[in-house]
Design a protein around this ligand. Structure first.
Ligand code: SAM
Ligand code: DTB
Ligand code: SF4
Length: 364
């Protein structure tokens, strides 16, 4: 086994990223084989349980209320709807359901209670349950854990420096604090980011420093290629080159040998050959389902054909960690604390975010 290091530097990671491709692939594939079965890929199905109308200004996100994008917003789904979708996902080979909500942070109350019930329901279907609900407190993380949550997704998205160029309504430290809150429970951490937002290589390496120096490192790391959605501040960003995706996946695999590296948004732009190279470079998970949260994703049957072609098998649920136990709402030991956490609002000005907001006003 190669050792897990928590002291990677930006310079080292840039050097890795820039290696001749054949050497980079060989090194990443070697690390991959030492820590994982290279023929197994974990499949997560995304489910947007609450869509659009979000208060934040994330420059990449079609769900931010302040921009004018063409998405259909939805209030919180019912537990029954979620159960039906989870059963469909299970039938198509998915081991995990990842529920996303367009929230800045979780608020105690009826809606959070519903989400806890969704977690209980999916865990009882013997599938791994992941949530991505924005910032959460320690008590909220503990309540999710008690309901049977397996993973919490909360991305750092970029380097601390570039984060300020993309989002002004919360700070990087808020993200790190949420990850810390999750770490106070048995819930695993899923944290990664996006490439193709106009960041440079230093930022990509900076994000990998921030992720790999977490101790423990995240159990899973999504690498998203920006889906440039019309109306968002980043609508004009050029599509990520497959070579960048491969290099980013390989660098992630080398600095975080144990993490499940997830090939995330942007797969509709990638050929099967391109994706195969990403799997060779150490990706061992995908988001499946005909939609990500609001944007298209490859058809699940096409994904399964690709797996067959490549001789890849899907990972069974709870292969890496035992299934958490679900405590029923009535037996819960934990109370909502009704806290008012001091998540920050730096509110510095990001010109392109302001421009997209102004443009939206003229269109709405
Ligand atoms: N609201 C919660 C939050 O921001 O943490 C959870 C949902 S949010 C949509 C989850 C993640 O989706 C973001 O952190 C970002 O990495 C990713 N994402 C959002 N829009 C994207 C886009 N257009 N392209 C690629 N990834 C995107
Ligand atoms: C992650 O890193 N990527 C997923 C999931 N975590 C929640 C979301 C991708 C969203 C892409 C844009 C959309 O479909 O709205
Ligand atoms: Fe809201 Fe999350 Fe989208 Fe940001 S990324 S606008 S917090 S849904």
């Amino acid at each position: 086994m190669s050792e897990i290091r928590h002291n990677w530097t930006k310079e080292e990671i840039i050097k890795i990223y820039n290696k001749p491709l054949m050497e980079l692939l060989y090194e990443a594939a070697t690390v991959h084989r030492l820590h994982h079965d290279p023929n197994v890929v974990q499949v997560s199905t995304l489910l947007s349980i609450k869509t659009g109308g979000c208060s934040e200004d994330c420059g990449y996100c079609p769900q931010a209320a302040r921009y004018h994008t063409n998405i259909e917003g939805n209030d919180l789904m019912s537990v029954q709807q979620v159960k039906a979708q989870a059963l469909r996902a299970k039938a198509t080979g998915s081991s995990r359901v990842c529920m996303g909500a367009a929230w800045r942070n979780v608020k105690d109350g009826e809606e959070f209670n519903e989400v806890l019930e969704m977690v209980r329901t999916i865990n009882k279907l013997d599938m791994e349950v992941c949530c991505t609900l924005g910032m959460i407190t320690e008590n909220q993380a503990k309540r999710l854990a008690e309901a049977g949550l397996y993973a919490y997704n909360h991305n750092l998205d970029s380097s601390e420096e570039y984060y300020k160029e993309v989002i002004s309504t919360r700070g990087y430290q808020d993200r790190l604090d949420t990850i810390d809150n999750v770490r106070k429970t048995n819930v695993t951490v899923c944290s990664g980011g996006i490439i193709g937002m106009g960041e440079n290589l230093e930022d990509r390496a900076g994000m990998l420093v921030a992720l790999s120096t977490l101790n423990p490192q995240p159990e899973s790391t999504p690498i998203n290629a920006l889906v440039a959605v019309e109306g968002t501040p980043l609508e004009d960003e050029k599509p990520v080159e497959i070579w960048d995706m491969i290099r980013m996946v390989a660098a992630t695999r080398i600095v975080m040998p144990e993490t499940q590296v997830r090939l995330s948004a942007g797969r509709t732009q990638m050929s099967k050959e391109g994706q195969a190279m990403c799997f060779f470079a150490g990706a061992n998970s995908i988001f499946a389902g005909d939609k990500l949260l609001t944007t298209p994703n490859p058809d699940v049957n096409e994904d399964m054909k690709m797996f067959e072609l490549l001789g890849l098998n899907t990972q069974k649920p709870f292969t890496k960690k035992v299934q958490p136990q679900t405590v029923e709402a009535n037996d819960s030991q934990l109370e909502p604390l009704g806290e008012k956490p001091k998540w920050t609002r730096p509110e510095h000005t990001i010109e392109r975010n302001e421009a997209a907001k102004e443009k939206a006003k003229t269109l709405k």
